[in-house]
Design a protein around this ligand. Structure first.
Ligand SMILES: [Zn+2]
Length: 320
């Protein structure tokens, strides 16, 4: 019988390099530099390729802090692979960042801070901080407007698990609303919404779906009338009559995305607070929008996306 080769690791330089990069700091630095700059390291401040590695003048060894210097004349000519990324002001070793990026990019349902804490030995708070930064790097993975056949739907996630026999769900519970739009065969976008009124949902659709598209939704009355704004019109399925598919009229694509989100948020993250929900959604969007990539390339894409993101909040200080 022919030996089955694991497609995801064969001939994948990123996946081959990751185990060492997660164990050894010098390897981690070299790995991150390669993902960020390829063969041509560039100054993060001016973009110049006229840069060099700083080395110990006696031993010729690379400096312990892995600095580079730019030959262009501007203030602060020294930089590292961290400069201008979401991990710039972090004191956490890069090998742990490599590991966190790897896990967050490749776990279908997501990776929790608790799990990362157990696997790295870093504090829970530090792991939570790292994962939020990675989610921030993953944000906005679908640029431009969605077009073609676009399915739109809202769902509710998180909150306490439902008790046996109690079927309260959706509006009026502690669950959070996730509003999503997905192009069939293309990308997904989610947006946090303050409410699910027709005014709010239609506005979000207008901002994210090209007018040439055809819209597919369920029969929620909030969507009524929106078809006149789209060349492809608006088709609905009537879930209350147990109707889920009528030819092309279905929301199977968005249901598929929501089922991954729900299994992840309910199974891995449990309770997700309102102010953090959009961060978790960035992570699900990123993995979905890069689903065609293999695990190594998806990890590399996340690291690459960590460049040039404005830093929003600080690493916790005192927790060990
Ligand atoms: Zn420079």
């Amino acid at each position: 019988m022919a030996k089955v080769q694991n497609r995801s690791t064969k001939n994948d330089p990123v996946l081959e390099a990751l185990p060492l990069a997660c164990a050894d700091e010098a390897a981690a630095v070299a790995f991150m530099e390669l993902q960020r700059w390829g063969e041509h390291p560039a100054c993060p401040r001016c973009g110049s390729l006229n840069v060099y590695q700083m080395r110990d003048s006696k031993t010729g060894e690379r400096q312990a802090d892995h600095r580079w210097r730019c030959r262009e004349k501007h203030p602060s000519q020294q930089f590292t692979v961290r400069t201008g990324t979401v991990f710039e002001d972090s004191r956490v070793e890069l090998r742990h960042w490599c590991f966190a990026f790897w896990r967050a990019s490749t776990s279908k349902k997501g990776v929790s801070a608790l799990e990362l804490h157990r696997q790295t030995g870093l504090s829970y708070k530090t792991c939570l901080f790292m994962l939020h930064r990675i989610r921030f790097a993953m944000a906005d993975s679908a640029s431009g407007m969605l077009s073609g056949d676009v399915e739109v739907d809202e769902t509710y996630v998180g909150g306490k698990p439902r008790h046996k026999g109690v079927s309260k769900r959706g509006r009026g519970t502690k669950k959070q609303c996730v509003f999503a739009m997905v192009e069939r065969g293309g990308k997904v976008k989610t947006r946090p919404v303050a409410n699910v009124t027709a005014k709010t949902l239609k506005q979000v659709i207008r901002e994210n779906v090209h007018p040439s598209s055809a819209l597919y939704t369920d029969e929620n009355s909030a969507y009524t009338g929106i078809g006149s704004e789209f060349e492809g019109g608006h088709q609905t399925t009537c879930h209350s009559k147990r109707e889920y598919v009528r030819g092309d009229v279905h929301s199977n694509t968005i249901e598929g995305f929501f089922s991954i989100v729900k299994r992840g948020i309910n199974g891995i993250y449990h309770a997700v607070s309102k102010e953090h929900l959009h961060r978790y959604m960035s992570e699900y969007e990123f993995r979905y929008n890069n689903r065609e990539l293999d695990d190594g390339d998806r990890t590399a894409a996340a690291i690459k996306a960590s460049e040039g993101k404005r830093l929003m909040y600080r690493e916790p200080r005192q927790q060990a």
